[in-house]
Design a protein around this ligand. Structure first.
Ligand code: ZN
Length: 442
């Protein structure tokens, strides 16, 4: 036992921040270190008279080895303090130039630290005569498109408690916020939002608007576990079909995979888009089932990095296609989980090749009940714990008592000698929207 503890200790030092962070790496004269963020408190102020949005964030974190901590934030910073001392957060390339992060300008000793960051938010914000609209739209198909587009955040492997205080200054009209956290109105145009401590950078849903900007209806969904889960559906078009589809998909998913994993549901029937969040989605009617499936697979079980992102898209797409069985001849080689450990986006082959791989496993193990009972168990055992593809493979092998390394090497890791085709085109459930199209959805 003692030996095991020592070994575990060594592993956590080696990768810097729990088991699922990528490896720390060397910069010119220091080590860039992945850290464990414990909580972030952010004050967001919308100033109507200057049309500016400012964010002041206090990030508490634990660092396990000496070096410069890694975070991310795409807007420029206007002030950075570490443990009350002024410094910088400079851009740095991840090894192999697969993505960009921000690295602190100072070298820190291991231990607890506090980072303070000020930045402006300009993305997906629109000031109107009636106030302001703002949303934290995200994407898992383009790089650096999670919380870091708006606020300092960590990479997807990390989970932390986030609290917002939101104030709209100088607006005569009342505003409201739809979010997948606990929203409290403190005063007119002054809110707090408390998000669960298991959220990662890709979990958050946040949409601020003047009151009555959309049609909106709330009701309770009776879960199989007895809970009355509050559901809010809103849209600029009619709500009836979104409400009907939401109820039927929730019932379908609970029958297959057990109680809905989140304590509320927020559906924005935007007519286009398609992005999943924890218990929330911006979606078209046709993508609604796909996006709600992601509340179990993607935002219930959570990919720890880009190489694990294929699992949830493969499951959701396999469901969309009616849970078909596939034979080996329908499979194609891919390296969906064979990219750099630093990659942060999902390989688009997941929708097609990944979905067929799930259907192949379903057929291969049909006499043992097929894949769905395994997926339910995988979700139950790993709920809200960021996972790697290796965990998925190990759990599959343990559940079915079968060796799957040949299949994973060939169809998932791209380790076979035969050629791997490039990433396929986009999926209709997750179309790539232009900046203008995203603004129009506010
Ligand atoms: Zn999807």
């Amino acid at each position: 036992m003692k030996v095991l503890l020592v070994l575990l200790g060594m592993i956590s030092v080696a990768n810097g921040a729990g088991l699922n962070a990528p490896d720390n790496f060397e910069l010119k004269n220091r080590t860039a270190v992945f850290v464990d963020v414990t909580d972030i408190k952010t004050i967001i102020k919308y100033n109507i008279s200057t049309s500016e949005v400012s964010a002041q964030s206090t990030v508490s974190f634990v660092q396990s080895v000496e070096g410069s901590p890694i975070f991310d934030l795409t807007p420029e910073t206007t002030k950075v303090l570490i443990d009350s001392k002024e410094t910088t957060l400079s851009k740095a390339s991840l090894p192999g130039n697969v993505s960009t992060v921000r690295v602190l300008g100072l070298i820190l000793k291991p231990g607890k630290h506090q980072l303070y960051v000020e930045n402006k938010i300009s993305k997906n914000v629109r000031f109107l005569s009636s106030g302001v609209k703002s949303a934290f739209w995200m994407s898992d198909l383009s790089d650096r498109r999670y919380l870091e587009q708006y606020l300092p955040a960590n990479l997807e492997y990390d989970q932390y408690k986030v609290d917002f205080e939101v104030e709209i200054i100088g607006s005569p009209s009342e505003h409201q916020i739809l979010a997948n956290g606990e929203v409290k109105k403190l005063a007119k145009n002054h809110f707090s939002i408390s998000f669960p401590d298991y959220y990662t950078a890709s979990s958050f849903y946040y949409h601020l608007m003047p009151e009555n900007s959309f049609n909106e209806e709330s009701f309770n969904f009776k879960s199989v576990d007895g809970r009355d889960i509050p559901v809010t559906v809103y849209s600029s078009s009619r709500l009836a079909s979104y409400i009907k589809r939401t109820k039927s998909v929730l019932a379908e998913l609970e029958a297959d995979y057990g109680p809905f994993p989140h304590n509320k549901v927020v559906i924005y029937g935007a007519g286009s888009g398609g992005m999943e969040h924890c218990g929330a989605t911006i979606t078209s009617l046709s993508a609604l089932g796909h996006e709600l499936t992601h509340s179990y697979f993607a935002r219930g079980i959570m990919p720890a990095r880009g190489n694990a992102g294929w699992v949830d898209e493969a499951i959701a797409s396999w469901r969309d296609g009616g849970y078909r069985e596939y034979q080996t001849r329908s499979l194609s080689n891919s390296q969906m989980a064979g990219h750099s450990i630093y990659r942060r986006t999902t390989d688009r082959n997941a929708y097609s090749k990944g979905a067929r791989f799930m259907g192949y496993l379903h057929g291969k193990f049909s006499s043992a009940g097929g894949l769905k009972p395994f997926l339910k168990k995988f979700k139950d055992e790993r709920l809200f714990k960021p996972f790697l593809t290796k965990n998925f493979q190990d759990d599959l092998e343990a559940h079915f008592g079968a060796e799957l390394s040949t299949e994973f090497d060939r169809y998932i890791y791209g380790n076979s000698k035969s050629q791997v085709s490039t990433e396929s085109i986009e999926n209709p459930n997750h179309p790539k929207l232009s900046e203008q199209e995203l603004l129009n959805l506010l």
